[in-house]
Design a protein around this ligand. Structure first.
Ligand code: MG
Length: 290
């Protein structure tokens, strides 16, 4: 309102300064009459503006120069990490950013090196008897890029074929599965927010081909110890295709069960990669904290 009043005053001052005093008639001439005054002309001009044009004139949102938007260096390819990313796996040392996840409820948190996964052709891969792994770092809001591949020789069916998962903050799983010619329940196939949202489409590549997830995640904010103030929200792009469009996660992944019943206030958490008894390979993993 203050800005609006100021704008009106400025407009008025402009009109006064622009307005010309009535011309005196020279001897032998008649005074000019019927000429619209500057004020009237300005009023007519103002009235001729569209609401959008008037808004442009009155708004206090103008061009903002400072502070300059942070400059970063994007990757050569869109799948390459930009300069402000944390590289979680570059094809070499798995133990730099990852550790084995504790197994079972009540397990004592401890730093356990990853010894049951192998590195092969620049990718890390779970083996028979591997456990899940998780990042040493914890995250809240982020953009994550991860590439994964299920075995070329597809064995098993349904949930038993290429099953893994990206588990966010340790409790919200985006399903990884070989969903190429492999029907299963729709809210459990590749790209599902497991048991909560089926992907919008099935954009799966064939087994043995590299696939990508680009995940955009906003962590929950809590009203109290068991209630979200704002729930976690997630967008997932699978192989360049939007499959989860800013959906609202209902609670921690649970199967079976009602996610809302097991909400517990939490802070930042790790990214974990699920070992579900199926060998799945991962490469080129990077994250940007938002
Ligand atoms: Mg899974």
């Amino acid at each position: 309102m203050k800005q609006f009043t100021l704008s009106i005053l400025m407009l008025f001052a402009f009109v006064i300064s622009f307005a010309q005093p009535p011309q005196q008639a020279a001897p032998g001439q008649e005074a000019m009459s019927g000429q619209p005054s500057a004020l009237t002309e300005l009023q007519n001009l103002w009235d001729s503006l569209s609401p959008r044009q008037k808004n442009t004139f009155l708004t206090e949102i103008k061009h903002i120069m400072e502070p300059e938007v942070t400059i970063i260096q994007p990757g050569t390819n869109n799948s390459d990490p930009p300069s402000d990313a944390i590289v979680l796996f570059d094809g070499t040392d798995i133990n730099k950013e990852w550790e084995e996840a504790e197994r079972g409820f009540g397990a004592e948190p401890s730093v356990k090196p990853v010894v049951t996964w192998i590195i092969k052709d620049g990718a890390m891969e779970s083996t028979q008897g591997s456990g899940s792994i998780k990042t040493k770092r914890s995250f809240e809001d982020f953009q994550l890029h991860i590439e994964w591949k299920t075995p070329l020789v597809a064995t098993g069916e349904g949930q038993g074929r290429g099953n893994s998962g990206v588990t966010i903050q340790g409790i919200y799983e985006v399903q990884i599965l070989d969903s190429y010619n492999n029907r299963t329940y729709r809210n459990g196939q590749a790209g599902a927010v497991y048991m909560q949202y089926a992907p919008l489409v099935n954009a799966s590549r064939k087994p043995g081909e590299w696939q990508t997830y680009d995940i955009f995640y906003t962590a929950p904010r809590f009203k109290d110890s068991t209630t979200y103030f704002t729930p976690p929200r997630i967008t997932v792009i699978h192989n360049g295709v939007l499959i989860q469009n800013n959906v609202s996660i209902q609670g921690p992944t649970v199967s079976p069960g009602i996610p809302q019943y097991i909400i517990t206030e939490h802070g930042p958490g790790p990214i974990s990669l699920q070992q579900h008894g199926n060998p799945v390979a991962f490469r080129n993993i990077w994250i940007r904290e938002l």
